[in-house]
Design a protein around this ligand. Structure first.
Ligand code: NAP
Length: 263
């Protein structure tokens, strides 16, 4: 599996399974971390207008020497910008220095609801070529269905908090059945990296617990976007191609999840 192994989330739109998360890094730290990630082989960057680092992400992209079609870029609309969707996307594009993003997400349900009126603007932005694909984040399955019912358009992606400790086979299946790509966030923060079972699996492969967690996502074909501001860890989190988890190990990791958290 190459580092840019991807899933097709919309016709002709390939989303690399491994991306680089950028929440809580700003200013020069953000520009350096994204530059390091791109130099180390990441080809997918996750940002959001709310992170306050889109211009640093844009600078790192511009200085990377990579072609626009070589890096997948996601940004998100914070719910308090509902009603100003197009203006917000244009601000994001300007900060990123891009003509279009690969994926634009509604960051959270708006006032707790699915917000089909906001979603209509996302569909328009895709139609107008400002976003190659559109999706949501932190949505429940019933809210995905509400968007599809109201607009005839199912989100391509749902970015949710996810990791072995949050694994829920029925929730993963609900996304699969709807053709919605599950993108996991906070893979490391939601995992106890000192867990004994995780440690044993990591030792068996001569890798770190964090690498096992990231590999677990790739083998399930969940998109994963670990964040680090340290070059060594950025490298470590991408160095996950030299080993494979066995079926028993995958099952053991799956069992770290409660399985009952979501509907
Ligand atoms: N849609 C949403 O609502 C939402 C919410 C949260 C996050 N996200 C996205 O998901 C991305 C990832 O989630 P996250 O940033 O919350 O958490 P994460 O990637 O699971 O974990 C980041 C934390 O783990 C540490 N870390 C990184 N690599 C490590 C390693 N190899 N070993 C041990 N510790 C390591 C980092 O420290 P150092 O930086 O000090 O290395 C940082 O404290 C975010 O950056 C953001 O892009 C989206």
């Amino acid at each position: 599996m190459p580092l840019d192994a991807a899933v097709e989330i919309a016709p002709g739109v390939q989303m690399p399974l491994l991306g680089f998360g950028t929440w809580q890094i700003r200013g020069a730290t953000a520009a350096k971390a994204v530059a390091d990630a791109l130099a180390l082989g990441y080809r997918h960057v996750d940002t959001a207008q709310m992170y306050g680092n889109e211009s640093q992400v844009g600078r790192a992209l511009a200085e990377s020497g990579l072609g626009r079609d070589e890096v997948f870029v996601t940004t998100k609309l914070w719910p308090d910008r509902a009603g100003r969707e197009r203006e917000t996307l244009e601000e994001s594009l300007e900060a990123l220095g891009l003509d279009a993003v690969d994926l634009w997400l509604i960051h959270w349900p708006v006032n707790g609801g699915a917000a089909p009126h906001v979603w209509e603007h996302f569909i328009e932005a895709r139609r107008d070529g400002l976003a190659r694909a559109v999706g949501v984040s932190n949505y429940e399955v019933a809210q995905l269905d509400e968007l599809a019912r109201s607009t005839g358009c199912m989100p391509a992606v749902n970015q949710i908090e996810w990791g072995p400790a949050m694994y829920d086979a029925s929730l993963a299946a609900a996304h699969r059945e709807r053709g919605v790509q599950l993108e996991g966030y906070s893979p490391l923060r939601t995992t106890n990296l000192r867990d004994r079972r995780l440690g044993r699996i990591a030792s068996a492969h001569g890798v770190t617990p964090a690498q096992v967690v990231i590999r677990w996502h790739l083998e399930h074909r969940f998109v994963v976007i670990p964040k680090s501001s340290h070059r060594e860890r950025i490298a470590e989190n991408a160095d996950v191609l030299g080993f494979e988890l066995t079926a028993d190990e995958l099952a053991e990791l799956d069992a770290l999840g409660s399985g009952a958290r979501r509907d």
